[in-house]
Design a protein around this ligand. Structure first.
Ligand code: GCO
Ligand code: MN
Ligand code: MN
Length: 386
């Protein structure tokens, strides 16, 4: 029961289970885990793959020879354990050169270096088999808007993404980009803070068809928004290219909690959306064990993310097959074929008939849609009594 298998497409970043527990107030509480060891452990737990930033694997100052040796050893670990790398990304936030942004830095040399670093990291990702390339603009933002005009920042961001789309096409890579919005941390205000803002921005790119979203549970929650709604909007736009699953208390610092640890109802509806949609991509956990934990706690954390996902997936079945829930949903969605025929698509005749029609406004306002009952039934499914 609830045993993760490759078909579930569970992935973790090297940086997630590899997180040593450093925070702004304290030093690491765990020792570093080698990438090959992470691959082995995650495969034993039933994960399908790992994702990485360039520098999770190859140190920023590695020579070309060192890089090739590290990459070939890592490839061997992947093939020994039957693991894949479906997504890769660039670390454009740790090095001090990126302290005021990478693609949005006001220093043209930093923007050019960020492009160079990203092209190299894309080459690495593609070499490892990645099909999705994530852009999390952690440093792309500001504390003081006096110094960095947000309009220019967005323009530079666009220029860089347009450049990189052309690079991918020029190389003949089979790679899509996924933007990962976040409202704040590490910057006070990060550009493209939410799913909605990223969708608006994507429409302005030269190759918008290559670019979609990597929404994260914690990030929308930090902004006080509904992650379920964000994911739905990305799906509706055909832009859900990847997903970062974790958990978060609203209005806190970035917690990166184990998936389902905090907001079980929202986690349930996310799983429901994913499982019922055409999204066939990875279920990626971008979270880490609590800083209190030792290595054993790290693997408990990883197991917990996958197990909770599978439990919620089962609860989706329970929800969908529950006769009372079915009836409540049917009663909630009141349809009327005749009137929908008039309102679904425009014609001057249907506009005229709608204008002529009289509606019993008071009766419409009197109807109780039954949401209290429907929600209680949902809670009972989650509490395991249905
Ligand atoms: C965060 C982000 C990152 C990104 C990662 C991949 O809040 O730090 O979620 O973990 O997902 O850099 O792009
Ligand atoms: Mn995050
Ligand atoms: Mn993330």
């Amino acid at each position: 029961m609830y045993e993760p298998k490759a078909e579930h497409k569970f992935t973790f970043g090297l940086w997630t289970v590899g997180n040593p527990g450093r925070d702004p107030f304290g030093e690491p509480t765990r020792s570093k885990l080698a990438p090959a060891y992470i691959v082995k452990k995650l495969s034993e737990l039933g994960a399908w793959g790992v994702n990485l930033h360039d520098n999770d694997l190859v140190p920023i100052d590695a020579s070309a020879g060192e890089r090739d040796r590290i990459v070939s050893e890592f490839k061997e670990a992947l093939s020994d354990h039957g693991m894949v790398v479906p997504m890769a990304t660039t670390n454009l936030f740790s090095d001090p050169s990126f302290k005021d942004g990478a693609f949005t830095s006001a220093d043209a040399r930093v923007r050019a270096y960020a492009l160079q670093k990203t092209m190299n990291a894309i080459d690495l990702g593609v070499e490892l088999g990645a099909k999705t390339y994530v852009f999390w603009g952690g440093r792309e933002g500001s504390e003081v808007d006096a110094s960095n005009n947000p309009l220019e920042g967005i323009k530079w961001f666009r220029e860089c993404l347009n450049f990189l789309c052309e690079y991918v096409k020029d190389q003949g890579y089979d790679l899509k980009f996924a933007l990962e919005p976040k409202p704040n941390e590490p910057r006070a205000d990060i550009y493209l803070p939410t799913v909605g803002s990223a969708l608006g921005f994507i429409a302005t790119l030269d190759h918008s068809e290559m670019v979609g979203l990597n929404p994260e549970f914690a990030h929308e929650t930090m902004a006080g928004l509904s992650f379920v709604h964000g994911v739905a909007q990305a799906l509706d736009a055909g832009k859900l290219f990847h997903i970062d699953l974790n958990d978060q208390k609203m209005s806190r610092f970035d917690q990166d909690l184990r998936f389902g640890a905090e907001n079980q109802k929202a986690a349930f509806f996310v799983v429901k959306l994913l499982e019922e949609s055409a999204y066939g991509g990875p279920r990626h956990f971008d979270a880490h064990a609590l800083r209190t934990e030792d290595e054993a706690g790290v693997w408990e954390f990883a197991k917990g993310c996958m197990r909770t996902y599978l439990i919620l997936k089962e609860k989706v079945e329970v929800f969908n097959n529950d006769p009372e829930i079915k009836a409540a949903l049917e009663a909630y969605k009141l349809s009327d074929a005749e009137i929908e025929n008039l309102s679904k698509s425009y014609s001057s005749a249907s506009a005229q008939s709608l204008k002529n029609r009289s509606f019993d406004r008071e009766a419409l306002g009197r109807r109780g849609p039954g949401l209290e009952r429907l929600d209680q039934l949902t809670v009972e499914v989650l509490l395991g009594v249905r």
